[in-house]
Design a protein around this ligand. Sequence first.
Ligand SMILES: [Zn+2]
Length: 209
Amino acid sequence: MPFDGGHCKRRYTETKYFYKMKDFIDQAKKNGINLLDKGNCQFCGAQFQKGIFECMENYNKGLEHIDFNHSENHIYRFLSVDAHALQHPEIHGRWSNHFHLTRLNLILEKNINWDYKTSPLLSNYLNVYKEGRPNEFLNLPKALIRGTITTKEFIEVRTTEECVKLIKKWAEEVYIAWKENHSIVSQIADGFLNKKDNQHLIHRKTTTR
Ligand SMILES: [Zn+2]
C-alpha cells in the first residue's frame, strides 16, 4: 500500500512517524531505486554510516524536545514530516509528494493554520484531483540538493527553541529546493482553499508564530 493511501494512514504517519520500514523499501523498489545501507543518506546527504536506514532511525531525535500534547506545537510535526518526506521523495508514492509540497505551500505561503483535521481534507481533495491527471508528475530536485539541513542536525539539538527554529528552517529550505513545482502546488492549494466544503473548516493564521 503506497503512502498516499487513506487519511487514517496519514494520521498514523504524522503522529508516530511515517510508515513501516517495509513500506518505504517497497516504494523504493517500485520507483526502481536501490537503497544503500552504507555511508551517507543517498537522498539528503546526511552524514551517517547506514545510509537512509540511519536517516529514518534518527528522524525522531530532535522532535523529542517538543511537547506534542500542546496543539500549538503540532505544526512542527507537520513541517518536519513534510521536510523529511520531500527530501526523500523516491521512497514515497508520487501523490504523497504532491500532498507534502502542497501542504508546505499552504502553511508557508498561504499562512494556513494547519491542524490534524485539515490533513484528511487535503488528502481527500488530492484523491479527486489525481483522477483526471494520470500523467502529472512533480519534478524532483536532484538528490543531495534538497536543503542543507538534514536529520543529522537534530541529533545535536538540546532545547525546544533550537528544535523549533531548525524545523522551520528545514521546511523552508526543502520547500525552496522544490521551487520548479511551486506554481503547480500553488494552484492545487488555491483549488483546495476555494472548495466550498472546505472554506469554513480552514483558517488562516491571525498571528505570526
Ligand atoms: Zn536522508
